[in-house]
Ligand binder design. Structure first.
Ligand code: DQA
Length: 143
């Protein structure tokens, strides 16, 4: 089983950006956390982070036929990108949405999630743990 974990813009700045919201752990810490979790479950993982909407669309399209599940935190593109929504729908790979912070308790513009409309499950406001839950959701789906 092979999972693709996609992180959108500015998540590479974890540990530096808005520590009161996103905490002090770095993006490197997050990548290690995700890889460790996938290893625990015997799952192959590919990590992808980009600050560019088109690059995320390209990566989702490339997953067609080769990836069994997608964990995606589209970051700010969550709230704006119909292109990422359409890409997820186009490949129809089971996808799970993750957000570190509780977007529903923040500004109104963060309450809409386009990508989330193509996702089977959503883990929001759980910090790193959300990625673990998303990975476990996909592992259990194929069990
Ligand atoms: C985020 C929430 C988004 O609203 C924001 O733009 C991000 C990170 C989160 O993980 O909490 O960059 O996706």
């Amino acid at each position: 089983m092979k999972l693709l974990i996609i992180n959108g813009p500015n998540l590479n700045m974890l540990g530096i950006r808005e520590k009161n919201i996103y905490g002090t752990q770095t993006f490197k810490d997050l990548e290690k956390y995700i890889l460790d979790c996938c290893a625990e479950h015997g799952v192959e993982a590919e990590l992808f982070q980009s600050n560019h909407e088109g690059a995320i669309v390209d990566r989702i399209q490339q997953a067609y036929g080769v990836i069994d599940g997608i964990v995606i935190n589209p970051a700010a593109y969550t709230h704006t990108s119909v292109a990422i929504l359409d890409a997820l729908k186009a490949v129809s790979i089971p996808a799970v949405e993750v957000h570190l912070s509780d977007v529903n308790a923040r500004e109104a513009f963060r309450h809409i999630s386009y990508a989330g409309m193509a996702c089977e499950e959503h883990y929001i406001g759980l910090g790193f743990e959300g990625y673990r839950k998303a990975i476990e959701y996909l592992v259990n789906k194929y069990r």
